[in-house]
Design a protein around this ligand. Structure first.
Ligand code: SF4
Length: 324
């Protein structure tokens, strides 16, 4: 018997895999990747466990769901219920090809008030289309018996009945199972980050289509919405300056200050002449040039370099445009 497990690399997903593996069942981990959550942790801990892992990029379909989640968002732009439904659907559709009999999920009843209460878990199972084939080993004894349990593929008695937000039972279980290396419970999903969510919301309202490059840019620098269709992004350190510059596409404008140490500033391709003036003013204001001092900037557009002067202002002036 073989099972597919949604595997994030977090402690709950590690334990869920272990509880099934120790019943003599082969498990393959599946990580569904988007720009909002990376496979880094899943890769690291699957290697530690010796768990085979398949990483699948689901970005395009995920974005369609993200724009119109049936069950809404959490505190950020995290559509957790729809996200779980989506992921279980994807993994469920792989069962036959992978010659696997059921799906493992590390969800714990009551751990997240909105998306992991009993009603939400039932909704998630039902809407995924694979309700009978989903096992949540950490809370199974508090949930309806699944087909693998009824059929005797999985011994229900060896599963757990955890509920609630305390992590102590998981930490104790990790100790009993000899798992010494596991990550601290931390975000990992940018959709739960409020600043990222506000930037994403702004991007959604300004764009007909969400481009991957524009999503990637949301992770770096300070962001200013200066016109309906134009943004300015200001690097905050060397690494951000390099990344912002590397993410420029055709017709974007990259501004740097040749005379004083300063940030790399990216002005989006559809910026107007007035917008460009504002962008140069932002670039001058965030450089180390003295305030209210004209600053000679290098302007790079499609590999062609120009010179342009920016007039700095008090940085507070730009807070009206900042997305934060
Ligand atoms: S936190 Fe992010 S990855 Fe996790 S269920 Fe919610 S939206 Fe999906």
């Amino acid at each position: 018997m073989k099972a597919l497990s949604l595997f994030s690399g977090g402690l709950d997903s590690i334990l869920a895999v272990k509880l099934i593996e120790r019943q003599g069942i082969d498990v393959k981990g599946i990580f569904l990747e988007t720009p909002f959550f990376s496979s880094e942790k899943a890769l690291k801990y699957s290697e530690y466990l010796g768990l085979p892992l398949k990483v699948i990029d689901i970005t395009d379909d995920y974005i369609d769901m993200l724009l119109k989640p049936k069950y809404g968002y959490g505190k950020g732009l995290n559509p957790c219920i729809d996200c779980h439904i989506f992921m279980l659907r994807v993994v469920g559709s792989m069962l036959q090809k992978e010659d696997a009999g059921f799906i493992i999920s590390g969800e714990v009843l009551g751990q997240r008030p909105m998306s992991q209460n009993i009603r939400s878990l039932m909704t998630i199972s039902k809407e995924s289309g694979f309700a009978d084939l989903i096992i949540r080993p950490l809370s199974a004894k508090r949930l309806r018996e699944s087909l693998p349990e009824k059929a005797g593929w999985v011994k229900r008695g060896e599963l757990l009945g955890l509920s609630g937000r305390s992590r102590r039972p998981q930490i104790e279980l990790a100790g009993r199972l000899g798992i010494k290396n596991y990550p601290a419970p931390a975000g990992g999903c940018l959709l739960t980050d409020r600043v990222f969510s506000r930037r994403l919301k702004d991007l959604i309202s300004a764009s007909a289509v969400l481009e991957r490059r524009d999503i990637e840019l949301l992770k770096w620098g300070r962001h200013f919405r200066i016109e309906k269709e134009a943004k300015v992004i200001v690097g905050r350190n060397k690494r951000e300056n390099e990344v912002i510059s590397s993410l420029a596409v055709k017709n974007d404008i990259v501004l740097t200050d040749d005379s004083y140490p300063g940030p790399t500033v990216l002005a989006s391709k559809n910026i107007s002449a007035d917008g460009l003036r504002l962008a140069t003013s932002i670039a001058a204001s965030y450089s180390n040039a003295p305030p209210n001092h004209p600053v000679a900037l290098k302007m790079l557009r499609d590999s062609k370099a120009h010179r342009i002067v920016g007039y700095g202002k008090e940085r507070g002036y730009f807070s009206q445009f900042m997305i934060r």
